[in-house]
Structures are given as C-alpha cells and as structure tokens.
Design a protein around this ligand. Structure first.
Ligand SMILES: C[S@@+](CC[C@H](N)C(=O)[O-])C[C@H]1O[C@@H](n2cnc3c(N)ncnc32)[C@H](O)[C@@H]1O
Length: 100
C-alpha cells in the first residue's frame, strides 16, 4: 500500500504549483488510523498537524479534533483546505497563537 505520502489531486500546492508541505499524509492512511483507534464523538488530537489531514478526516468521520501547528504557512494551508473543500471557516478565536 502506497501510504507513506500523499500523491495526486489530494496533494496541496502553493502559488507556484510546488508541494505546500513535504510530508502531507494521505487521507486513506488517516482514515484507517482514526477508524481503528476512536469512536464517533471522540476527540482526536494532532499536535503536529501539518496541513491538517488528521482534522480533515476526523471531521468527515464525525470526530471532534484539536490540531496544533507551529508554521504559519501550514496553518494557512489548513484554513484553505477546510474552507475550499469542506466549506468550514475557522472562527478567529479558535485559532490560538502561541501564548508563551
Ligand atoms: C510530519 S508533519 C505533519 C504532516 C501532516 N500529518 C499532514 O498530513 O500534513 C509534522 C508537522 O509538525 C510541525 N511541528 C513540528 N514541531 C512542532 C511543534 N513543536 N509544535 C507544533 N507543530 C510542530 C511541523 O511544522 C510539521 O508541519
């Protein structure tokens, strides 16, 4: 199974058509992991979210999710992914900045 990295249409690109993230994971991989380790309504935590594949799939499988990502460009990628594909726009207060 070619599960290590995301390929094809699923792969997010930047404005220049280059890969937005070097290790974006495939939806099918997260689907397997989430289905086998959680139930509907559970909260799934991804503390290194990248482009948010975990939250994207968790949402589709009726799980709640918390994602943490330190790079602004990937956070923007998550927002784009959710708004374009799922029509979910995060409220500003739900995107918390580093409080240290
Ligand atoms: C392997 S990638 C995750 C890829 C993700 N599963 C996807 O499908 O796009 C790991 C991510 O963790 C982030 N990261 C690394 N250290 C972190 C930290 N201390 N806090 C938050 N995010 C962190 C990196 O910026 C990177 O985007």
């Amino acid at each position: 199974m070619g599960y290590a990295l995301c390929t094809g249409k699923e792969r997010m690109k930047d404005e220049e058509g280059k890969k937005l993230h070097s290790t974006q994971k495939p939806i099918e991989l997260l689907k397997r992991i989430i289905l086998t380790t959680s139930k509907e309504g559970d909260v799934v935590l991804d503390p290194m979210a990248g482009l948010g594949t975990t939250g994207y799939v968790a949402n589709a499988l009726n799980r709640k999710f918390i994602m943490i990502e330190k790079e602004e460009k990937y956070i923007k990628g998550i927002q784009r992914r959710f708004s374009e594909k799922l029509h979910i726009n995060f409220e500003k207060e739900k995107i918390r900045k580093d409080i240290s």
